[in-house]
Write a protein of this length. Structure first.
Length: 161
């Protein structure tokens, strides 16, 4: 199995858990934040969606032009957007060749390059960052009044997967 094949498999396995966490957030409490310096739940959800949008942009334009997203206002719309963009990203990934997988990709903020890595490296960084933010969100759910879904295994609120 190549690194690209492994990445695709990993992404396919992470997506359902991402969607479960987004959908588990109480829709009327997306402004919840555990600390004044923390992002709100809605802001974190928006980052998850924006990261997948950035992944699609990387496939289509050869760069990621990051802009901090506005907070999400709907868990269902965010889940639908995440799922749609993730399918598009996977379609692109299935067409990636070795040269593209190893091509250098700039990450821009406000038109300025702030980071650069191979396409492969950027894919892995994006999925690791998304898993990190999903973990943050999973700690928000219970204080928001929701039930934490299973992610890699059962949670105190959800015995199944």
């Amino acid at each position: 199995m190549t690194n690209l094949e492994f990445f695709i498999k990993r992404l396919e396995q992470e997506t359902p858990a991402m969607l479960r966490v987004i959908r588990a957030l109480p829709a009327d409490k997306l402004d919840y934040r555990p600390h004044p310096r923390s992002r709100s739940a809605g802001e974190l959800v928006a980052v998850l969606v924006a990261e997948v949008a950035g992944s699609v942009e990387m496939c289509e334009k050869g760069e990621i032009n990051w802009a901090e997203p506005k907070g999400a206002t709907s868990t269902e719309q965010s889940a639908a957007d995440y799922e749609r963009l993730q399918k598009k990203f996977l379609e692109h990934l299935r067409k990636v060749d070795d040269a593209t997988w190893n091509k250098m990709i700039p990450l821009l903020m406000g038109g300025q390059k702030v980071h650069e890595g191979t396409f492969a490296g950027m894919c892995w960084e994006l999925i690791f960052d998304a898993v990190h933010h999903r973990g943050q969100l999973s700690t928000y759910i219970r204080p928001m009044g929701g039930k934490v879904p299973s992610i890699y295994g059962p949670s105190a609120d959800d015995a199944g997967m």
